[in-house]
Write a new protein. Structure first.
Length: 269
């Protein structure tokens, strides 16, 4: 990922529950397609096990969940941090035992899922949270569980949404997941034509995926040096730093004690 300049910030205000709730109240929800995204619909149609444990984070109005229910899926969980969409879904599906609607923070959610569907949640997060997203997804998936959905294959002047490209995503998810598919979609809705990637990743259950605080790392130079030091640890497979330099995602083939990590960071410039 490209480095921010020292002291730079990517956001002027937090993208918290109040932020998203304000958009729902003002009905400024331009991300809402009004229907299930065609690439995700096509993917759902190929899922054989109707009892798969499925999670949809940042669900919004969750047309994907409604489509899953209509296709006979029996174990769906959706979560959103904004009260309005959660309340609407709770009323809409109040008599349906095949779906659970959770009002809360995805990063505090606990569970074990066979499939997590990504649709406009990743792009709504501040870029500095992408490493934490990978960590949490890996934590929530069952062994060999699947993360699948859509990512933007373009940049935006400001956000949300926040975009990216395939190379960035491949580096971000590398080693924590096996890549089953990642490439441009051919059936996106017209406004998003030529700007989306469909991806399907399988959890690598043989590795350790952990987040670490990178205190006193204030700019790209010191962050790059820390990354190099961490790669000298024998079991480290991938290192990814957050865009604000405050957190580091480490994928390793063996457990690494905190002292080893601390020593590597302390020995950097």
């Amino acid at each position: 990922m490209s480095d921010l300049k020292c002291g730079a910030t990517s956001l002027d205000k937090p993208l918290d529950a109040a932020y998203w709730e304000a958009h729902y109240n003002a009905k400024t929800t331009g991300w809402d397609l009004g229907t299930v995204a065609p690439p995700i619909k096509m993917y759902i149609d190929k899922i054989a096990d109707k009892n798969s444990r499925i999670l949809i984070p940042g669900c919004g109005n969750s047309y994907e969940a409604e489509y899953l229910l209509n296709q006979g899926f029996t174990n769906i969980t959706v979560i959103d941090i904004a009260p309005t969409p959660a309340a609407i879904l709770q009323e809409k599906f109040k008599n349906n035992t095949s779906i659970q609607i959770v009002l809360g923070d995805f990063f505090e959610h606990q569970g074990n899922y066979d499939l997590i569907i990504e649709q406009t949640f990743f792009c709504a997060l501040p870029p500095k949270m992408r490493q934490k997203y990978v960590w949490k997804i890996h934590q929530l998936l069952a062994d060999k569980g699947i993360l699948a959905g859509l990512l933007f294959n373009r940049k935006f002047e400001s956000g949300p949404p926040f975009g990216g490209n395939q190379e960035e995503y491949e580096m971000l998810f590398k080693d924590a997941f096996s890549f089953l598919e990642m490439g441009p979609t051919h059936n996106s809705i017209a406004p998003r034509a030529n700007s989306e990637l469909f991806f399907e990743l399988r959890k690598n259950s043989t590795v350790f995926v952990n987040m670490y605080q990178s205190e006193n790392i204030k700019c790209s130079t010191s962050s790059s040096d820390v990354t190099e030091k961490l790669f000298t640890i024998e079991s480290v497979l991938n290192v990814s730093r957050s865009s604000d330099f405050e957190e580091i995602l480490i994928v390793s083939s063996a457990a690494i004690d905190s002292k080893t990590i601390k020593d590597a960071i302390s020995n950097s410039k």
